[in-house]
Design a protein around this ligand. Structure first.
Ligand SMILES: Cc1ncc(COP(=O)(O)O)c(C=O)c1O
Length: 482
């Protein structure tokens, strides 16, 4: 994708692909949207696709696949053990990342499960640039404690800092001095830090973290799920690496880590995951657990068709023209929202557009889940489904009180090559309407709350009849328009 100057004055992102397969979408009337969000317990995870116009919940497993990926799924060796499909994927990973051993898993969190079981002991710490929901849950289940050593700027919603995802190296050193290296199960850097707005990590930060990890003999693990965006940002924002190819950057980055794991729902544009390493000892330890939790070592719970498509998807990830599609669309949308004065996380990151619900809905009490409320309101106003990334996505404190998130975000994910510019413009328009009518939006409260990862299945109700009022105003402003 490239930003192209138009003769008529605009400068717009221009798609470097054409659409060769489509899926029908419907925009159901606002009365149905109100009913649908009520049936879903105001949890956008529980909406059904028939009621959704633009699905911006996530990019996980929903990025558009290329024609070459789809074609590759027909030429598959689906043997239970020792398939050639596995060898092709393993060789591709080795070629790109320079890691010899590969353990396939069914998705990213399965890698987190195996790594946490193998490395986290009760009373150990796992320092990281920022947590991800499933990562934290697995570490906690195994008795470890997650420590977020982010830079002060990481949580500042309005910023020009290009690498808000960097790990705070001073804090890391202080932690090692305080608790001792043997109490640290591993150090984790998450590429393209999901929960703070898809913010990238500088290549130099990976390198310096790795130097500290080596000095103290602590395993250094990279979560490469959101690597594609992070690669684009290293190339475009880190002066020192501007002339490097995406392949060279990937290799330099991978070389810093003892272990790299990823959700292939994001990296590789399929549905699966993997762990790669050059350390034979770690490989053997993880291999023992693989058949118990995932599957035999040459498929690990994945369909071999997906594995073929992953091999191609990983290769395509080395193409800057492909990986820039997400970030360029996101930049366009963020800049338009900033012009309209709508609070959104800056600088634009990867994965999606992250609305700052704290600033959008200051009148809603924090305990009434601002980001969740904004997500429900956005769905009612537009049929666009986003994801709450705030207090609802946190686990409760040990004393049962709500752990108020440091940032309250409504994420509107922009999976690659899925939406058109007019759909992006529609989303901006409905956000503008919502912002003008933000006083009408109220809070939510739980009426069904699972103990772990409550954001997936929890159900909430509005604390007043604010949703009906929002619908009335919509009808007054838009008349019969959907
Ligand atoms: C950074 C990060 N790590 C891990 C995961 C978990 O991956 P999966 O959803 O494939 O289990 C995700 C998923 O969104 C993620 O964004």
């Amino acid at each position: 994708m490239a930003n192209i100057k138009f003769h008529l004055g605009e400068e717009l992102p221009l798609e470097m692909h054409k659409v060769r397969m489509v899926q029908r979408l419907d925009l159901v009337p606002i009365e149905r949207r109100l009913k649908a969000i009520e049936e879903a317990g105001n949890n956008t995870f529980l909406l059904f696709n028939k009621d959704i116009y633009l699905d911006m919940l996530t990019d996980s497993g929903v990025n558009a696949m290329s024609d070459k990926q789809t074609a590759s799924m027909l030429v598959v060796d689906d043997s239970y053990a020792g398939s050639a499909t596995f060898t092709r994927l393993k060789d591709k990973l080795n070629e790109i990342f320079g890691k010899e051993y590969f353990l396939p898993v069914h998705q990213g969190r399965a890698a987190e499960n195996l790594l946490s079981m193998a490395l986290v002991k009760k009373g150990t710490y796992v320092p990281m640039n920022y947590h991800f929901t499933t990562t934290k849950a697995h570490i906690m289940v195994n008795g470890g404690e997650v420590l977020e050593l982010h830079m002060p700027e990481a949580l500042n919603p309005i910023s020009t800092e290009p690498f808000k995802g960097n790990l705070n190296l001073e804090e890391l050193q202080k932690l090692i001095d305080k608790v001792g290296a043997d109490k640290i199960a591993f150090i984790r850097i998450e590429a393209g830090t999901n929960l703070i707005g898809g913010q990238p990590v500088a290549l130099d930060n990976y390198i310096e973290t790795s130097q500290i990890a080596k000095k103290y003999n602590i395993p250094f693990i990279i979560d490469a799920s959101l690597l594609a965006d992070n690669l684009h940002f290293i190339k475009t924002r880190e002066e020192k690496y501007k002339k490097h190819s995406i392949r060279e950057i990937t290799r330099l980055l991978s070389d810093t880590a003892d272990i790299v794991y990823f959700s292939a729902r994001k990296l590789g544009h399929v549905r699966g995951g993997g762990i790669i390493t050059n350390d034979q000892g770690t490989y053997k330890k993880l291999l023992e657990m693989l058949p118990l939790y995932e599957g035999f070592s040459t498929y690990g719970g994945m369909s071999t068709r997906e594995m073929e498509a992953m091999t191609i998807g990983l290769d395509e990830t080395m193409d800057e023209e492909m990986i820039n599609q997400g970030p360029i669309f996101i930049k366009y949308m963020v800049e338009e929202l900033v012009k309209l004065g709508i609070p959104v996380i800056t600088p634009p990151g990867g994965l999606g557009v992250h609305l700052d619900a704290m600033a959008f809905l200051p009148h809603v009490p924090k305990e009434q889940y601002r980001a969740g409320s904004l997500g429900a309101a956005m769905y009612i106003a537009s049929g666009v489904r986003g994801m709450e990334r705030g207090t609802i996505s946190e686990e409760r404190n040990p004393d049962g009180s709500d752990h108020i998130a440091a940032v309250e975000l409504l994420r509107l994910a922009l999976p690659r090559r899925v939406f058109t510019l007019s759909q992006v413009k529609y989303t901006i328009d409905r956000l503008a309407w919502l912002y003008e009518n933000r006083e009408l939006i109220g809070g939510l409260e739980f009426y069904e709350e699972p103990k772990v990862l409550r954001f997936f299945f929890g159900k909430l109700r509005p604390t007043s009849n604010w949703q009906e009022k929002l619908v009335e105003k919509f009808k007054a402003d838009f008349g019969e328009s959907l």
